[in-house]
Design a protein around this ligand. Sequence first.
Ligand SMILES: C[S@@+](CC[C@H](N)C(=O)[O-])C[C@H]1O[C@@H](n2cnc3c(N)ncnc32)[C@H](O)[C@@H]1O
Length: 269
Amino acid sequence: MLREAVSYLLTPCSPAARSLGYLYEALALQARAARCAAHWSGHIANCHEAIREAMAACPGRTSALVCGSGLLLEAPMQALLAGFSRVDCLDIVHLRGVKKRYPQRTVFIEADLTGVAGPIAAARGKTPFDPGSPPPVPALGDEYDLVVSCNLASQLAVLPVRALCKRGLYSQEQLDGFARALVLTHLRWLAALPGVVCLITDTVRQRQSPGGETETEDALWGVGLKNTTRQWWWDIAPAPELGRNLSQRNRMCAVAVFTQENMSDGAGT
Ligand SMILES: C[S@@+](CC[C@H](N)C(=O)[O-])C[C@H]1O[C@@H](n2cnc3c(N)ncnc32)[C@H](O)[C@@H]1O
């Protein structure tokens, strides 16, 4: 606890990332990853394999970008560094220990891929944020031979929606539409990139309660994917992580070479 509190104070991070809870979540993820290492090993192996498949389909060898790099558990960094001259890692927050692990040929970029965290944080108590306006498309990515969306798509809306929800100014319909727009903008951005794109994401979250009931949630707000190349369950929170008999597993999928053809339900248009 003390170590986490010190890291919270010392980790360089944008005020928006701090106030919306990204830094807190990064530290919580790190702690959970340590507790659940055995339960997560199959999930991590699947992510690594999906990215290796994408690398095999990639003719260029100059640079790769890992979006949602986080703790760099799910990206096979040794293989990426062996395969590319440079590996850029992009996340809204990186913990200091993660950066120290890869001092060479790795560039750590702290950026918000949605572009909404800053405006949401700034709108606190002032002009209300408009969740109906289209999210900006990231102005990067064209220069990479390989871009990996590394367990990020479902996460893009979670903290922005939580922050907006707390303000009580928006209807559930507005919040759901906003979340869906963030997911769609991300997938459309990926599909338009010239290099090889690898998508890894959860699609469904399933909670098993003490009474044995199962609660299922769509992780992508109704945005559909098709022809995924790999699927598996991730025991993200085995009991007692969330409660004595409460557990959560996420349905994961990967598309080694993601294109617009992998988007369904009108998502590709
Ligand atoms: C499930 S974690 C991915 C973990 C990571 N792939 C790993 O191997 O440790 C989701 C990551 O997405 C990042 N993230 C969420 N929203 C983001 C945004 N708007 N821009 C950039 N990164 C974001 C979080 O900070 C977090 O590190």
